[in-house]
Design a protein around this ligand. Structure first.
Ligand code: C5P
Length: 222
């Protein structure tokens, strides 16, 4: 039987970098489900489709193929109709479109089996917003990773600067707050701590301390 660790939390809490490192240390496969919503967001942007519930979005879902694959370093990549879009989905525009499009129940339903299949076949640390509440409610360990909006915006801001993007801290903070609001107020699968989860707040922790904390929570509960 495979073991699943559900890791949920708001945008910019450091879930992906922390989970990647923890997965490596514990020999789990890291699955980033946000990348799937981003891929659907990118697909809508390319087709000039508004990220709202509509026939256009339904039609698009019936036509596209979203897949998870792994490169030779066992890092996740996402394929949109066979094209590796992993780096194209990391822009602020795609973030915002993903946040909006992920509120559509049909979009969430479309990605459900893909996520569950990954957890059936592998020991996974799966990162998202509704993994412990909806996707894998029977996950062995559920963690809700959070930090203050300012700390999260500061980290995201530095990350984007390092990637050479021109952004302002205030815009990033606004973006974090807007995505938090969208994620936690949507009707379907809103972002909230799952029942029985361990809440880890990384506002005062640095990266290494956050990784250690997650690894110890997993080891204590598996
Ligand atoms: O995690 P990341 O910031 O890449 O996710 C992009 C967007 O996808 C989030 O703002 C959220 O709206 C959505 N998402 C979601 N459910 C997940 C993962 C991501 O709704 N499990």
């Amino acid at each position: 039987m495979s073991v699943a660790i559900a890791l949920d939390g708001p945008a910019g809490a450091g879930k992906s970098t922390i989970a990647k490192r923890a997965a490596k240390a514990l020999d789990y496969i890291y699955i980033d489900t946000g990348a799937l919503y981003r891929t659907i967001g990118l697909s809508a942007m390319r087709r000039n489709i508004e990220p709202v519930e509509s026939k256009e979005v339904s039609d698009m879902l019936s036509k596209i193929k979203v897949e998870i694959a792994f490169n030779d370093k066992m890092e996740q990549i996402v394929l949109l109709d066979g094209e590796d879009v992993s780096s194209l989905i990391r822009t602020p525009e795609v973030s915002m479109t993903a946040s909006k499009i992920s509120a559509i129940p049909e979009v969430r339903a479309y990605l459900l089996d893909l996520q569950r299949d990954m957890a059936k076949k592998n020991n996974v640390i799966m990162d998202g917003r509704d993994i412990g509440t909806v996707v894998l409610p029977d996950a062995k360990v559920k963690i809700f990773l959070t930090a203050s909006p300012e700390a999260r915006a500061e980290r995201r801001y530095k990350e984007l600067l390092e990637k050479g993007m021109t952004v302002s801290y205030n815009d990033v903070l606004k973006d974090v707050n807007e995505r938090d609001y969208n994620d936690s107020h949507r009707k379907t699968a809103p972002l909230k701590p799952a029942e029985g989860c361990v809440i880890v707040d990384t506002t005062e922790l640095d990266f290494e301390q956050s990784v250690d904390k997650i690894i110890s929570v997993i080891k204590e509960n598996v």
